[in-house]
Design a protein. Structure first.
Length: 245
């Protein structure tokens, strides 16, 4: 008998989702995203400069950093005092690439937006939640620039969000929590735009293989999840700051 999902979720159902804007007062973009028991604080800060290698281009830049706080998992994680570990480096590069895919850097102008994603509590899907929450923080930072008339128009072409999907106990499941992810036969993270185009697909078999039909099913399932996440982003951005969706 196949084991039920936590909370009685359907195979294609996201965990309960909340997006809280204006979670902290300092940054122009500050979002707490909660997906099930996973909680990530995503902040967006502005810097009126770009990396040295980009200075002569006149284009802007968007980059990201990611970390898990020491108490975010059951066993304490040491702080990265000097630099991020290999896993964190790979994830923050993914977050940066994902957000840059929907930005018009000419419209942003010669300034940078930093996206910091700090995992407060981890129960699977932290990189996907970081991308989804960071987009909302980025949109708030862009809105600050528009209100200040620093830029003539929004550099955001469309939304971007991400979700996990995998095969667990022979079933294709959306938005894996840690218990599911830890025993998944196949595990993917899928990043897509609001218009349904793929930005990045990461994953593979964990000691097993999968068929083309299973891959197609996983991508279709992920696409359905991303559509729900983008709709939640839009609802959050339509409301006043500090409201939830």
């Amino acid at each position: 008998m196949k084991s039920p999902r936590s909370g009685g979720r359907r195979a294609d159902q996201l965990r309960p989702l909340t997006i809280t804007r204006g979670y902290t007062k300092g940054p122009p973009g500050s979002v707490l995203i909660r997906l099930g028991e996973t909680m990530v604080l995503c902040t967006a800060t502005l810097e009126e400069s770009v990396p040295e290698w980009r200075e002569e281009s006149g284009l802007g830049w968007v980059t990201a950093e990611y970390d898990m706080l020491p108490g975010s998992t059951g066993k304490r994680r040491p702080r990265a005092r000097v630099r991020a570990d290999g896993r964190a480096t790979e994830i923050q590069r993914l977050i940066g690439r994902s957000l840059r895919s929907v930005v018009d850097f000419a419209k942003l102008g010669p300034r940078s937006i930093w996206l910091d994603c700090d995992v407060l509590q981890a129960d699977g899907g932290t990189r996907a939640a970081s991308i989804t929450g960071a987009y909302v923080a980025l949109a708030d930072a862009v809105e600050r620039l528009l209100q200040q008339r620093t830029i003539p128009g929004s550099p955001l072409r469309e939304a971007v969000a991400a979700v996990s999907v995998g095969k667990v106990d022979g079933r294709i499941l959306l938005d894996l929590d840690y218990a599911e992810d830890s025993r998944a036969e196949v595990d993917f993270n899928v990043v897509m735009t609001g218009s349904g185009e793929f930005v990045e697909v990461q994953g593979g078999g964990e000691g097993t293989t999968f068929t083309r039909a299973e891959l197609d099913r996983m991508l279709r399932t992920a696409a359905g999840g991303v559509r729900q996440l983008v709709a939640a982003q839009q609802r959050a951005l339509a409301r006043r700051r500090s409201n939830q969706v």
